[in-house]
Design a protein around this ligand. Structure first.
Ligand code: G1P
Ligand code: ZN
Length: 551
């Protein structure tokens, strides 16, 4: 007879068949929940991680997710597979939850071999919503493309996976238990991360600002940031709880889409542009790595926020010396380039996706990086970090005594303004989206020198990135068309959508310090939007009159 303890640690080898569609996108493998629920789908992908990253055997791994629907089921399966694949210690967030930046912080602090993060970020949740898995390495950041390519290759030939036959672990209790030979340590999800933030920013100055009557509206969007915001803002800074909205995480985010932008966050925008608006408004996304910033009657575009942070970060204790360098994704506006130029530090241009910042951060080449998609961060972790950006802004406001609007006016008056917007065509037919890209690429060679309305094209290409640290080359990272005036547009297909395709059009126009700095961005960008559509034929080819989201 097999003893009970033997039974509880029995490793099963399960036969499986490959799925063809497990290619990771911009940020890990992201699919509909119903796709992940197919028998063996989750297991195949997880086993492929263990097959490829062989040093996880005997190592320490961090586990946690954004708490969306299926998080609790998936994490139990993954823990049992980790035990079967020889992981020696699992560090798991309380109730299986960790924000993405907190996971990055914990991997680094505990010197883990890596971490498995369960998140579909800003995508909708619930049984009909999305789910995702991302593997981060020992630096705390998403692994580079060569590793995700190897995981994908493994998913195409996988034949078996291993899992321990054991009862579920109780993740509601902080403490250590065991599955097979693997220790499972359930930790407080917020304290390490909150300590790190407290070491970077002047919490006393921020507290004094609130005591002096400063008001804020932070929207946690019923996503993972709620408990982190409660710890940092309410417990450590003393903000009144009424200033934090939707702080309880829900598996379906209360039916909303946890993507902080003007369309998905109408209430916050209404509050900030209404009578009696607070001094400061902010929100983060499903897994806590994104942020948006608003002041009374003003929305700071993420690209401008990155530039403003770079220009003012010396006001925060953790960044007294200013940045050593900065990086932005190619599609992000070039506002930060002008600030970096004035500071005399390099500005790197990378493809879309945080994984491309990892080498630059690890190599000490940059302090700040960001993306137009509401992602901002620094070398404190290897993920973008929503609360970090919000605290950075609060610290800047507290130390300078200025309003959000004044900070922006000063930025534009000294550097000029990069009017910028992104237009998303969501859920379009993949064939049509691909033909927009193909038609545009076919035109690129002939575009330079051509004039459209008042703009003459100076350069048109498909962006190829050569990583300055490891020399790796990533091709086809978006088509960009630049004009002599400094205006430009970019077209690329999203790597995070789960239904059909999403085509993104990014438009930018520069207005010098003496120019008109207070236009409505959509008005300022009308010409370049029309030129982009004329060249790329987006509306006609997609059969869509207007984008689903304008941010
Ligand atoms: C989107 C954003 C990108 C971000 C990613 C993960 O990817 O555009 O900047 O890194 O989500 O949060 P996309 O759907 O454009 O491939
Ligand atoms: Zn996110």
């Amino acid at each position: 007879m097999v003893s009970r303890s033997r039974m509880r640690t029995y490793v099963k080898t399960i036969r499986t068949r490959p799925f063809k569609d497990q290619r990771p996108g911009t940020s890990g493998l992201r699919k509909k929940v119903r796709v992940f629920r197919q028998p063996n789908y989750l297991e195949n992908y997880i086993q492929s991680i263990f097959d490829v990253i062989t040093h996880l055997r005997g190592g320490v791994l961090v586990f946690g997710g954004d708490g969306r629907y299926y998080n609790d089921t998936a994490i139990q399966i993954i823990l049992k597979m980790a035990a079967a694949n020889g992981v020696s210690r699992a560090i798991v967030g309380h109730r299986g939850m960790l924000s993405t930046p907190a996971a990055s912080c914990i991997i680094r602090k505990h010197m883990a071999a890596g971490g498995i993060i369960l998140s579909a970020s800003h995508n909708p949740g619930g049984p009909d919503g999305d789910f995702g898995i991302k593997y981060n390495g020992a630096n705390g950041g998403p692994v580079v493309e060569s590793v995700t390519d190897a995981i994908f290759a493994n998913t195409k030939s996988i034949r078996t996976y291993s899992i321990v036959d054991a009862p579920d672990i109780d993740l509601s209790k902080i403490g250590v238990s065991r599955i097979s030979g693997m220790d499972v340590e359930v930790i407080n999800s917020v304290s390490d991360y909150a300590d790190l933030l407290e070491s970077l920013f002047d919490f006393e100055a921020i507290k004094a600002m609130f005591t002096g009557g400063f008001s804020m509206c932070f929207d946690a969007m019923h996503a993972v940031t709620g408990p982190y915001a409660t710890e940092v803002f309410i417990k450590r800074i003393g903000v009144d709880p009424s200033q934090i909205a939707n702080a309880t995480p829900l598996p379906d985010f209360g039916g909303g889409i946890p993507d902080p932008n003007p369309t998905c966050n109408r209430t916050l925008f209404k509050t900030m542009f209404g009578d009696g608006a607070p001094d400061f408004g902010a929100a983060s996304d499903g897994d806590g790595d994104r942020n948006i910033i608003l002041g009374r009657g003003v929305y700071v575009s993420p690209s401008d926020s990155l530039a403003a942070i770079t220009a003012n970060a010396h006001l925060a204790p953790g960044y007294r010396d200013g940045p050593c360098g900065v990086a932005r994704s190619m599609a992000t506006s070039r506002a930060i380039d002008r600030v970096a130029d004035k500071l005399g530090v390099p500005c790197f241009e990378t493809p879309t996706g945080w994984k491309f910042f990892g080498n630059l951060l690890d190599n000490g080449r940059v302090t700040f990086c960001g993306e137009e998609s509401a992602g901002t961060g620094s070398n404190h972790v290897r993920e973008k970090d929503g609360l970090w950006a919000i605290l950075m802004w609060l610290n800047i406001l507290a130390a300078s005594g200025k309003t959000v609007r004044t900070i922006m006016d000063q930025l534009w008056r000294s550097h000029g303004r990069n009017y910028y917007s992104r237009h998303d065509y969501e859920g379009v037919e993949t064939d049509r989206a691909e033909s927009v890209m193909a038609n545009l690429k076919a035109k690129l060679a002939d575009l330079p020198g051509q004039t459209f309305v008042n703009e003459t094209v100076s350069r048109a290409d498909s962006f190829t990135y050569r990583d300055p640290v490891d020399g790796c080359v990533s091709e086809n990272q978006g088509v960009r068309v630049e004009c002599e005036s400094g205006s430009r547009f970019i077209v690329r297909l999203s790597g995070t959508s789960t239904e059909g395709a999403t085509l993104r059009l990014y438009v930018e126009r520069y207005e010098g310090p003496g120019g008109n700095l207070n236009m409505d961005p959509q008005v300022a960008l009308t010409d370049i939007v029309n030129i982009a559509d004329r060249i790329a034929g987006i509306k006609v080819t997609l059969g869509r009159g207007t984008p689903a989201i304008i941010s």
